[in-house]
Design a binder for this molecule. Structure first.
Ligand SMILES: Cc1ncc(COP(=O)(O)O)c(C=O)c1O
Length: 383
């Protein structure tokens, strides 16, 4: 079977061969449990986990002791939000997010609303941007947490995280950013941004699936989390469960590769993305979704007046793209991100998100432009 060209790096990325190589011994020869403190098998595994913790910390400008390993960003986000809300927090019961957050955030909010919390969900404008004035006026006496993604997974929009973190701090509110789509691909530093917590995932940056991390700033007495998975007391009793040593080693390696390559790769990809976007926007009835401040490797374009389902079926024959978030593609609903930006249902459905990465070439981009143009034009003629 001829596989379609991969344009879905925001859904997941292939493991870098150096990541796989780093992980392999931890499946076969150095297979100890990192909690087995009485023999060398355990010591080697624990050392590998601590080295990976340092590599992740270095990528984001944190200290190793501020990194907590999880099974991915969904778990990190759940732990940050629910763990904070359900810890003793002086009756602070108000939470703020943005309407275009990932479902891991929105569903956590809904869970907490069912448990008596109050939630303000900030709207976005047609470009997917929030208003900082509206954010300012949303803070209340009892606001506990503000959550905002660094970069949106569907449009690539970058939020003003530094400004939002400063506002949160001014109002005595803690701040979590979901940095899954940006980490390891554009430079980010938690201290410069001023965030209290940050969630990241290995499989979006050429690491393995099923492993991620939560950065938790040290030194704030207000920042206490209640474990959401209890048991053996691993990860400072905040996340029990035998550590996924090969996965953690892979995340560490992916972090150091990301740190080494992110600037050059972002530059290379931004040229390709701009070419792709210019080509797609020449197609009749097309429109770009997103603001001018976006990740350099994501392109989200709608094609007004054609049906979404046949568009995606035809496109996916030759190009692996998605119409929204990968985890929502099993539903036939329009993307909540695009509808929050004001797109009507049919236009939101007739949308393609192309995300570029390590193996995307200029020839791939040229092919994508001509193939998408042909499919859209065929569908218009047929309708
Ligand atoms: C912005 C964002 N947040 C969170 C997640 C969830 O990450 P994971 O797959 O590690 O649970 C994703 C993955 O799709 C994402 O794109």
């Amino acid at each position: 079977m001829d596989l379609p060209l991969y344009f879905d790096y925001n859904a997941t990325t292939p493991c870098h061969p150096e990541v796989v190589e780093a992980m392999l011994p931890y499946f076969t020869s150095t297979y100890g449990n990192a909690s087995s403190g009485h023999h060398p098998y355990g010591w080697f595994a624990a050392d590998a986990v601590e080295s990976a913790r340092e590599e992740v910390a270095e990528l984001i400008g944190a200290a190793a002791k501020e990194i907590l390993f999880t099974s991915g960003a969904t778990e990190a986000i759940n732990l940050a939000i629910k763990g904070l809300a359900l810890a003793k927090n002086e009756n602070k019961k108000h939470l703020i997010t943005i309407a275009t957050e990932h479902k891991a955030v929105l569903d956590s909010m809904e869970d907490l609303v069912r448990q008596g919390f109050e939630w303000t969900c900030l709207p976005v404008n047609a470009n997917g941007e929030i208003s900082l004035d509206q954010l300012k006026s949303s803070f209340k006496e009892n606001t506990l947490l503000l959550v905002a993604m660094t970069a949106n997974n569907e449009t690539g929009n970058l939020h003003p995280i530094k400004e939002m973190a400063a506002l949160a701090r001014e109002h005595g509110v803690l701040f979590l950013t979901d940095a899954v789509q940006a980490i390891g691909k554009i430079p980010l530093n938690v201290k410069e941004l001023g965030v209290d917590m940050l969630a990241l995932s290995a499989h979006k940056m050429y690491g393995p699936k099923g492993v991620g991390a939560l950065y938790i700033r040290k030194g704030s007495p207000k920042l206490t989390l209640k474990a959401q998975i209890t048991g053996g007391g691993q990860e400072r009793d905040l996340r029990s469960g035998t550590l996924n040593v090969p996965g953690i080693v892979g995340l560490g390696k992916a972090s150091s590769l990301g740190l080494a390559n992110q600037l050059d790769e972002a530059q290379r990809l931004s040229k390709l993305r701009n070419k792709l976007e210019t080509g797609l926007l020449e197609i009749e009835g097309s429109q770009l979704n997103g603001s001018s401040n976006r990740l350099p490797y994501v392109c989200n374009v709608s094609f007004r007046g054609i049906l979404g389902k046949p568009l995606l079926i035809r496109i996916n024959k030759k190009l692996a793209v998605s119409s929204g978030a990968a985890c929502s593609s099993v539903t036939d609903k329009p993307s909540h991100v695009l509808t929050a930006m004001g797109l009507d249902g049919p236009t939101a459905m007739a949308t393609l998100r192309l995300s570029l990465g390590r193996f995307t070439t200029e020839e791939n981009v040229d092919f994508a432009i001509s193939y998408i143009s042909k499919v859209v034009n065929d569908l218009r003629t047929a309708s």
